[in-house]
Design a protein around this ligand. Sequence first.
Ligand SMILES: [Zn+2]
Ligand SMILES: [Zn+2]
Length: 163
Amino acid sequence: MPRSSKSKIKKTSPPPPGYDKIAPTIFKYKQKLKSATTNTSTTPNTTSTAPGTKPTSLWPIYKITHDVTRYVHDLYARSKISDELYTWLTLQDYVDASLISKWNKRGYEKLCCTQCINAGGAGRGGGTCICRVPKVELLKRGQDDKVDVECVTCGCRGCASSD
Ligand SMILES: [Zn+2]
Ligand SMILES: [Zn+2]
């Protein structure tokens, strides 16, 4: 994807032209993210995990980050936003630029979150998360029971490109 390198956009730059068109949507995502963050950030000193508390409290954050990043990525892919605006958006905290760079790679077009491909991540002793394994592959291996798996990191139910 050709991208102009002439722009010297910084994170703190004022929003480039065109931002006002997408601002309401971005704002909605930001609000969602904000409430998800406040809902999930428990006091660090609380050692006792309340019974019934799922270790999945970060899912909403991953989900929203994924959604807003996908939104920005799609806008750019459909040439709805300028290079300038796109660059500016990827510098903002609510957009996961590393996720976008993965989506641009073959086989990672549907990647749910970068945690799922980080070695040592996902609390599974490293390696790639099961959600990255194509469903057909799981079936082939006779792991039918795993086909309906839910990723512990982000709640993804499968993000292999062939799914
Ligand atoms: Zn996934
Ligand atoms: Zn994930």
